[in-house]
Design a binder for this molecule. Structure first.
Ligand code: GLC
Length: 471
C-alpha cells in the first residue's frame, strides 16, 4: 500500500511535541511491514535542513487570492529516516525558524495544504491513502473532494489522526479567498459553530478518523472542546490506536545522548551513573529519589499545579527528594517555577527550555516521572520513561490510563491518581518516596518496566488494517 502522511512536524526534522515523534516513526515501521509510506511537511528552517542533502523534485504554482504563489518540493536524498521525506518551500511563508507561533500561521498552513494537493495532482500514480495529522492539514480532505481543479484526487482514501482535539484551527469565512475554487454547496463540510473549523471539516470529510489511544477516543464523545456531538455523529468511522515509540531512538543501550549506556542487566548502576552526573549539574543529592516533569508548561498538562504541589511536598518531605522540571510555556508558570527554584533549598531546579538532549538524560537519570495532565490524548513521555526504567506517576486520563497500571493493582508498575489536584500529586510523591526506600521492589519494578514493549510494530499494523477497511 502507498501512504502519504501530511504533517506540520516530523522528528528529527522539526519538533514541537509528540506529533513529530509519531510522524517521524510510524511511516518507518509501516515500510518495515512492506508498505510504501512517505511524509510531506513544510520546509522549516531547521538544522536538519542544512545538515542533509536534497533533490529538487517539483516546482509549481497556484493562484492564492489573486496572486500567483510559487512552491518548491524537495526530497531528502538518502531516506535517512527510513522513509521518503518531502518538504514544501514557499518563499517567505514556510522557510521560517519556528514551526508555529506567527500571526499569519493560518495563511502559512493554507499555503502548505494548497501546495501539497497541487503537487499530488502531478503524481503519475496516486497513493492509496492520504493520512493527515491534526488541524494544520485538516482542509486537505475537503479540497481533494470538493476543489473543482482536484477531482482527480477525489477517489483517494483519506484518514485523519487527531493528536489533540483542543486545537482546531478555527478561522473566519473571509479566508475562503485563499481556497481553491470549490463547490459552494458544500460549505457545511467546512463549518462548525459558524466558523471554518479545519479539524471538524476533516472529521466530516475523511474515510476514517483515528486518535492516539482508546480511552481518549471515548473521552472525545463527551469532552472535545466543542466537537463532542460531531464525534458522536461520526462514531462509526472513529478508532483509537495507541501510539508506539521509536525503539531505535529511545534505547538506553545505544542512546548517544546519555552519560552512560545501560540495559536491564546493569540498570541499577546505569541509572546511578547517569543520575550522579545530572545531579552534579543541577546541584542535587544523588542519594535521594529524583522526580522529573518534562513537557509544555500549560494547563492541559496541569503544569500550573506544579509550583504549589512541589512546594507542599518539599515542606512535607524536607530533604527527602529532588525535583527537576524541563519545559516552557505560559509565562506565569515559568515565573512561579523560577521563583520556587530560588526557594527550593537546592532540592528543586528548572530549565525553562525545550531541550531534546537533556530530556534523554533526564529519563535515564530519574526515578520517577510526573504527568498530572488534565488532557492527555496518548502521552509519549510515560512510554519513554518505561523504556529507561523510570516509574511514571500519572493521572488516570486518556492514553495515560491505557498505558500505566498502578503498583497496587495486578501486574502494576506505576503510580496512578484520579484528580488533577495538588492533593493527589503530593500524595503520589509521598507514595513514591516510600517505595524508593525499598530497593528490592524498586529494582524489580524497573526491570518490569523495561520489559514492556511499546514499540510501533503493533500499532503500525493496526493503522494498515484500518486503511485496508477503506481501500
Ligand atoms: C499530542 C498529545 C499527546 C500525544 C501526541 C502524539 O502532543 O498531546 O498526548 O502523545 O500528540 O500523538
Amino acid at each position: 500500500m502507498e501512504i502519504l502522511h501530511v504533517s506540520a512536524e516530523c522528528y528529527p526534522v522539526a519538533k514541537a511535541g509528540g506529533l513529530a515523534d509519531v510522524v517521524g516513526a510510524l511511516p518507518k515501521y509501516q515500510n518495515e511491514l512492506g508498505h510504501y509510506s512517505k511524509v510531506v511537511m513544510p520546509m522549516h528552517k531547521t538544522e536538519f535542513l542544512h545538515q542533509h542533502s536534497w533533490d529538487l523534485i517539483h516546482k509549481g504554482y497556484f493562484d492564492f487570492d489573486g496572486e500567483t504563489t510559487r512552491y518548491t518540493i524537495i526530497k531528502e536524498k538518502t531516506n535517512v529516516l527510513g522513509f521518503e521525506l518531502y518538504c514544501v518551500d514557499v518563499f517567505g511563508l514556510l522557510d521560517r525558524d519556528k514551526i508555529y507561533g506567527y500571526p499569519d500561521d493560518h495563511i502559512r498552513f493554507l499555503v502548505f495544504q494548497r501546495a501539497v494537493i497541487d503537487w499530488l495532482m502531478q503524481w503519475e500514480l496516486l497513493p492509496d491513502v492520504v493520512h493527515v495529522h491534526d488541524h494544520h492539514t485538516g482542509l486537505i480532505p475537503f479540497f481533494m473532494k470538493y476543489g473543482y481543479a482536484y477531482q482527480r484526487l477525489n477517489k483517494i482514501k483519506t484518514v485523519l489522526t487527531v493528536h489533540n482535539a483542543q486545537y482546531q484551527g478555527w478561522m473566519n469565512w473571509s479566508n475562503t479567498k485563499y481556497f481553491p475554487e470549490w463547490d459552494n454547496w458544500k460549505a457545511g463540510l467546512l463549518e462548525w459553530n459558524n466558523q471554518i473549523n479545519p479539524l471538524a471539516s476533516a472529521i466530516k470529510c475523511v474515510d476514517r478518523v483515528t486518535t492516539v489511544s482508546e480511552s481518549y477516543m471515548k473521552e472525545l464523545f463527551h469532552a472535545a472542546n466543542g466537537l463532542e456531538t460531531l464525534f458522536a455523529y461520526e462514531s462509526n468511522k472513529c478508532f483509537g490506536v495507541v501510539n508506539g515509540i521509536d525503539f531505535n531512538v529511545w534505547n538506553p543501550q545505544t542512546d548517544d545522548k546519555l552519560f552512560f549506556n545501560y540495559s536491564e542487566k546493569n540498570i541499577s548502576i546505569g541509572k546511578q551513573y547517569n543520575k550522579e552526573n545530572l545531579c552534579t549539574q543541577f546541584g542535587f543529592d544523588a542519594n535521594l529519589p529524583l522526580f522529573i516533569f518534562i513537557g509544555r508548561l500549560v494547563g492541559e498538562k496541569a503544569a500550573d499545579l506544579l509550583p504549589e504541589s512541589i512546594k507542599q511536598a518539599l515542606s512535607l518531605y524536607p530533604s527527602q527528594f529532588n525535583f527537576l522540571v524541563l519545559g516552557n510555556g505560559e509565562p506565569s508558570i515559568e515565573t512561579e517555577l523560577s521563583y520556587l527554584q530560588l526557594n527550593g533549598y537546592g532540592y528543586f531546579n528548572t530549565q525553562i527550555a525545550f531541550n531534546e538532549n537533556l530530556s534523554h538524560q533526564m529519563y535515564a537519570s530519574a526515578d520517577f516521572l510526573l504527568m498530572p495532565s488534565r488532557v492527555e490524548p496518548c502521552g509519549l513521555n510515560q512510554l519513554y520513561a518505561l523504556r529507561y526504567g523510570t516509574m511514571p506517576i500519572v493521572r488516570r486520563t486518556g492514553g495515560l490510563k491505557d498505558t500505566v497500571i498502578d503498583i497496587g493493582d495486578k501486574d502494576g508498575f506505576g503510580i496512578c491518581f484520579e484528580q488533577a489536584s495538588v492533593q493527589d500529586i503530593v500524595d503520589s510523591i509521598g507514595r513514591a518516596i516510600y517505595l524508593y526506600q525499598n530497593t528490592t521492589s524498586m529494582l524489580s519494578f524497573r526491570k518490569k518496566m523495561m520489559h514492556i514493549n511499546h514499540s510501533w510494530e503493533n500499532s503500525a499494523e493496526k493503522y494498515i488494517k484500518i486503511y485496508q477497511t477503506i481501500s
